[in-house]
Design a protein around this ligand. Structure first.
Ligand SMILES: *[C@@H]1O[C@H](CO)[C@@H](O)[C@H](O)[C@H]1NC(C)=O
Ligand SMILES: *[C@@H]1O[C@H](CO)[C@@H](O)[C@H](O)[C@H]1NC(C)=O
Ligand SMILES: *[C@@H]1O[C@H](CO)[C@@H](O)[C@H](O)[C@H]1NC(C)=O
Ligand SMILES: *[C@@H]1O[C@H](CO)[C@@H](O)[C@H](O)[C@H]1NC(C)=O
Ligand SMILES: *[C@@H]1O[C@H](CO)[C@@H](O)[C@H](O)[C@H]1NC(C)=O
Ligand SMILES: *[C@@H]1O[C@H](CO)[C@@H](O)[C@H](O)[C@H]1NC(C)=O
Length: 379
């Protein structure tokens, strides 16, 4: 067990992480003051990926980030877990989320099978003991393997625990530490994610009740984003050294069922080190969206140029080619709204890189120290 897992488990057991306050239903959930100066560790090497001796190494040098929305200002990939059908999707960029115009760079429409600048990817490749299944083009149903880029079919319901990912249609250069896509698994199909400090993603989707059994994540649909380096390296590895996730390169979950006790609630969570030392838990907003299991839901997320990430659901939202910032800002509810303000972090000064690849921003040494104290009390 790595230190971070031990601390997390003890923190959970002691109840300091569990939120006893009852979260409220919302139409808009905002994370404010997002972005901080920090760092993470990229993968520098995979060894023997197809054998049991498979191993991963993180770079000794940290990758620094800072500024508005960081590290979520980096390229992101878009992830879907069933039970879910995707009716339409749009990815946008803008120069200013308060005054500019949002331009749609990527679009998918299931009904008329339009796919512009999107690549549907899934985990259907060779299974590696440490990296899991490689990324391949997804077949039309989202979960099989295709030999070339394929449009997700109109009737595209995926079941519990099934997943697909959307990247842009921009191919990555060859894997390499210093190039735009970083070091990634050689046998992965590798595309760029969606760039921008100021970016927006809109979705029209369904999350019906599960109808088929599943060993894990039963009836727990989700839509979330990862730093696009994570899936290209390994999304479900057996070691924290196989991707930059554990050192905090970034994840944001926007509509996620967390467990089988709360399947009608969609939660929003940021997983990085801004204001928490517990990357596994991340920071979950104290509100949820209601999952409509019989109708179509519409909503999305705006990564604003003022460092506010606004996640919303709204029935009369559209996914047009372009849309004025003022229109988008009018989509956020002012009445059923919950804001979580993230802590301001002065600077990423000292860090430690422990054997498991654990990186700790200096502000969190105190948190870890208190957890060590807690751990001692337990033994
Ligand atoms: C951002 O500004 C530049 C320079 O004015 C312009 O060329 C570009 O189209 C703008 N991008 C968007 C998304 O509006
Ligand atoms: C597909 O449907 C969308 C939404 O109605 C529309 O904007 C788009 O023009 C349609 N595309 C084609 C090729 O019919
Ligand atoms: C999805 O498509 C793949 C490839 O065509 C196929 O092998 C697989 O059985 C399909 N899955 C389902 C659930 O139909
Ligand atoms: C496709 O999407 C990527 C990522 O947003 C972007 O860099 C690229 O410019 C887009 N291509 C076109 C033709 O819009
Ligand atoms: C399920 O997840 C929600 C949201 O994180 C949490 O409030 C609730 O306590 C969890 N329930 C169980 C049984 O873990
Ligand atoms: C940032 O912009 C959002 C969306 O317009 C707004 O809701 C929020 O209050 C703004 N935050 C700050 C700190 O100005």
């Amino acid at each position: 067990m790595t230190p971070v897992l031990l601390f997390t488990a003890l923190a959970a057991a002691s109840g300091i992480v569990a939120n006893s306050k009852r979260a409220a239903n919302a139409d808009t959930i905002e994370f404010a003051n997002v972005g901080f100066p920090g760092l993470y560790f990229d993968v520098s090497k995979f060894l023997d990926v197809d054998s049991d001796s498979c191993s991963c190494t993180l770079s000794d040098d940290s990758t620094l980030f800072s500024g508005t929305n960081a590290p979520l200002d980096e390229e992101l990939s878009v992830h879907f877990r069933g039970p879910l059908s995707l009716l339409s999707f749009g990815a946008y960029v803008s120069n200013d989320s308060d005054a500019g115009t949002w331009l749609r760079l990527s679009y998918y429409n299931a009904a008329n099978q339009t796919a512009e600048n999107v690549t549907f990817i899934t985990h259907a490749g060779d299974n590696s003991p440490c990296l899991g299944e490689a990324l391949t083009f997804a077949s039309a149903n989202g979960t099989g393997k295709a030999s070339a880029a394929t449009i997700l079919e109109a009737d595209n319901l995926i079941e519990s625990n099934e997943e697909f990912i959307i990247f842009s249609n921009l191919l990555c250069p060859d894997s390499g530490a210093s190039n735009a896509c970083g070091y990634y698994r050689d046998d992965n199909v590798a595309y760029h994610g969606f760039y921008g400090t100021t970016k927006m993603f809109l979705f029209e989707f369904q999350m019906p009740e599960a109808t088929e059994d599943s060993d894990s994540n039963y009836n727990m649909p989700a839509i979330w984003f990862l730093n696009a380096k994570i899936p290209r390296a390994s999304q479900y590895p057996t070691s924290y050294s196989c991707s930059c996730w554990n050192s905090g390169c970034g994840e944001i979950d926007i509509f996620e069922v967390m467990n089988t006790s709360t399947t009608d609630m969609l939660f929003s969570t940021i997983h990085d080190f801004q204001g928490t030392g517990l990357i596994d838990y991340g920071l979950q907003a104290d509100a949820y969206f209601t999952r409509d299991t019989s109708g179509t839901m519409k909503g999305g997320v705006v990564f604003g140029s003022n460092g506010t990430i606004s996640i919303f659901m709204l029935d009369d939202m559209t996914i047009p080619e372009s849309v004025a910032a003022s229109t988008v800002n009018g989509w956020f509810s002012t009445t059923d709204e919950e804001t979580m303000t993230l802590e301001s972090i002065a600077a990423a000064s000292t860090t430690t890189k422990a054997s498991g690849g654990l990186a700790v921003a200096s502000g969190w040494i105190a948190t870890l120290a208190s957890l060590v104290f807690l751990a001692l009390m337990y033994f």
